[in-house]
Ligand binder design. Structure first.
Ligand code: NAP
Length: 315
């Protein structure tokens, strides 16, 4: 667990020693998944195969640079062949497409990720369409979105929703028959998570409601949730009034909030007002240390899955 998450939980416990809320430790679950991924890499290595991941970054947005560095570092730690391609902010659409096509044709690369968001002059949709669906480890290509909607197990599924679902499963939280309310309808998080939780079988079979900025009586909708997922992008938006007693909360949000009391001048907070909402819950993910580490772990897992599908070696 991250020190921040541990401190928050300790503070809540001090306020209420009888607190029963379980903190879902995304860092620990991600570590466990990375170990499983490492095991699969070892098996592939025995057949002379090394999973290859290419991460492409256009521009020098500090948050994106940090994400890309982290992905590159972890993929190397897991024994992948890792290519980090950093391109200037002024990179033309045609040049980026050329690079994507080269990576599509490169047999050493099994997964391609173009870090989002690219600079405004880049047409992101065209880039996503250019990525070979078999190497689309972000799961954003319409072929993979369609497969997910159809319940096809060969779909490459976006990493964040996959991480949310896995956190629920690994924490022993039953989704079958549960009412899950997701706030947020993006193609990156809300919609694919809804599709995942609707799938038949383990980690699925939920009754799903997806809410968004035009939803009326939001608190009434969210208070009906057994599992509430916040993927909004607004700091501490979900308050105690949105939460049913005994619910589970998955907080996807990553928001930078100015805080002169911290050395960096800002702190990272989720979409949920943790101190207010957590005491009402049965379990909750902290930010940081919840969904964030899972996203990276699922990217690594997706790359191995893509490698297995491309090479036909599943051992
Ligand atoms: P997004 O594309 O901006 O989507 C946000 C969604 O929230 C939209 O559907 C929007 O509704 C809805 N929304 C905005 N204001 C609302 C309101 N007042 N009431 C109800 N719904 C509202 O964001 P995203 O890419 O899905 O990301 C969401 C959050 O997750 C962000 O904080 C992002 O940084 C974080 N994130 C974290 C990870 C991770 O690894 N932890 C990964 C990806 C994203 P409309 O559709 O009506 O506009």
């Amino acid at each position: 667990m991250t020190p921040i998450a541990r401190a928050l939980h300790a503070k809540l416990k001090t306020q209420n020693p009888k607190l029963k809320t379980m903190l879902i430790d995304g860092k620990a679950v991600a570590k466990q998944i990375n170990e499983q991924t490492r095991g699969k890499v070892t098996q592939l290595n025995k057949r002379g195969i090394t999973p290859g991941l290419a991460v492409v970054l256009v521009g020098d947005d500090p948050a994106s640079m940090a994400y890309v560095r982290n992905k590159d570092r972890i993929s190397q730690q897991l024994g992948f062949f890792s290519r980090k391609i950093e391109l200037p902010e002024t990179t033309a659409q045609s040049d980026l497409l050329k690079i994507v096509n080269q990576l599509n044709a490169d047999a050493a690369i099994h997964g391609i990720l173009v870090q989002s968001p690219p600079p405004p002059h880049i047409n992101e949709q065209e880039i996503v369409l250019a990525i070979d669906p078999a190497k689309d480890v972000d799961g954003l290509h319409p072929m993979n979105v369609g497969k997910l909607a159809m319940g096809d197990p060969t779909a490459l599924v976006p990493c964040t929703p996959l991480g949310c679902q896995r956190l629920l499963v690994e924490s022993g939280i039953e989704t079958a028959g549960a009412h899950v309310v997701i706030i947020g309808r993006s193609m990156l998080v809300g919609k694919p998570l809804g599709l995942l939780l609707l799938r038949k079988g383990a980690g699925g079979d939920a009754t799903v409601t997806i809410a968004h900025s035009r939803s009326r009586n939001l608190a009434e909708i969210t208070r009906a949730a057994d599992i509430l997922v916040a993927a909004i992008g607004r700091a501490e938006f979900v308050r105690a009034e949105h939460v049913k007693e005994g619910a589970v909360i998955i907080d996807v949000g990553i928001n930078r909030v100015e805080d002169p009391a911290t050395p960096k001048g800002y702190r990272i907070t989720g979409d949920v007002a943790f101190e207010e909402a957590a005491p009402k819950t049965k379990a909750i993910t902290p930010v940081p240390g919840g969904v964030g580490p899972m996203t990276v772990a699922m990217l690594m897992a997706n790359t191995v899955t893509a490698c297995q599908i491309q090479t036909g070696h599943f051992a």
